[in-house]
Design a protein around this ligand. Structure first.
Ligand SMILES: [Zn+2]
Length: 324
């Protein structure tokens, strides 16, 4: 039982779960439980931790329409909106207090609204599951390449998180132990909860492509297979590109953003990554790669206006390939 959703063998059941409160009533997220006919572990599957990242719920819907419950061992708990406030505001941040939910874990039951939400989500997910898959994309303002992100700190749960990352189907595998991601849900699920968790990202830019839907839907099936919840072996790339620490490059000038590289491209120090032009058509800033070797984790949505200070590139330090 999660909120009003009651699991039933061989069925997909639905309901709502309370995550906080509005001034006039509860903050609710739709939740579905896909309960297999066989016993097994529980996967916590969630989407829209950042409001506009709708590749997530659409991929979960596809998974639920195609999964064979006769073959499923255990259950998949599907939290459709990890941040219902951000979803309603179509905002990466919680509109009521301006916080990025995925930077404030483990949260605080006495803190700001977003901190209370983080505390509730961590409690709920750890109480009801053995592993977590957190679906993301670039939402409206950025476009990410297809990558997975997890916290492998060398513990059994960290090692399992990396194993799932390598099984999810993403060609880009990023073990991030950096301070900037210490407030993420997946980090705390693994570090304080002692259970494996991973993020999978694909797409964004205020649109959803068939490829993004394929990528995130495949990630759900692949993680279920890797956890022994569905028969078969995950389809994985022959070679992984590995990621290390990332930098989040911000524009110093506002204008129109004209990228020269796309999500997933390899870049090297000094490479011309983008121009920012003013309304006269003059280049007011040329963005060059500030790090030795990286791959483009995400770019700002092309051609749209930006303010100075807006993030234009996520550059993930290249740690080579596996196999080399
Ligand atoms: Zn996100």
């Amino acid at each position: 039982m999660i909120g009003t959703a009651k699991a039933a063998k061989g069925q997909i059941t639905r309901g709502h779960v309370e995550l906080g409160s509005y001034p006039d009533g509860p903050v609710l997220s739709p939740v579905l439980i896909a309960e297999g006919e066989r016993d097994g572990p529980t996967l916590w599957l969630q989407a829209c931790l950042h409001g506009p990242e709708v590749v997530g719920p659409l991929s979960i819907q596809r998974f639920l329409k195609t999964v064979d419950l006769k073959q499923l061992s255990g259950r998949v708990v599907c939290l459709m909106l990890a941040n219902p406030l951000g979803f309603r505001g179509y905002n990466r941040l919680t509109p009521q207090d301006g916080y990025n939910l995925n930077r404030v874990f483990p949260g605080d039951p006495q803190g700001h609204l977003t901190y209370q939400l983080a505390h509730r989500l961590l409690d709920l997910s750890l109480a009801h599951s053995d592993a977590m898959l957190d679906l993301h994309s670039g939402g409206d303002l950025t476009i990410t390449c297809h990558y997975t992100l997890f916290h492998n700190n060398g513990t059994p749960e960290g090692i399992e998180a990396e194993r799932l990352g390598r099984a999810c189907g993403a060609p880009n595998v990023w073990n991030s132990l950096e301070e900037g991601l210490s407030g993420c849900h997946f980090t705390h699920y693994t570090k304080s909860g002692g259970k494996p968790a991973l993020i999978v990202e694909s797409g964004g830019g205020a649109r959803v492509t068939p490829e993004d839907l394929d990528n995130l839907t495949a990630a759900i099936f692949n993680v279920c297979q890797a956890r022994g919840m569905l028969p078969g072996e995950p389809m994985v790339p022959a070679r992984f590109r590995l990621g290390g620490d990332a930098i989040h490059h911000k524009a110093t000038h506002g204008g129109l953003f004209i990228p020269k590289v796309g999500p997933g491209d390899d870049v090297v120090k000094g490479q011309h990554l983008a121009d920012i032009v003013d309304l006269f058509g003059d280049v007011v800033e040329a963005v060059h790669c500030p790090v030795e070797k990286a791959w483009v984790g995400s770019i700002r949505r092309p051609y749209m206006p930006i303010y100075n200070g807006d993030q234009v590139f996520e550059l993930v330090g290249t740690k080579g390939y596996d196999p080399a």
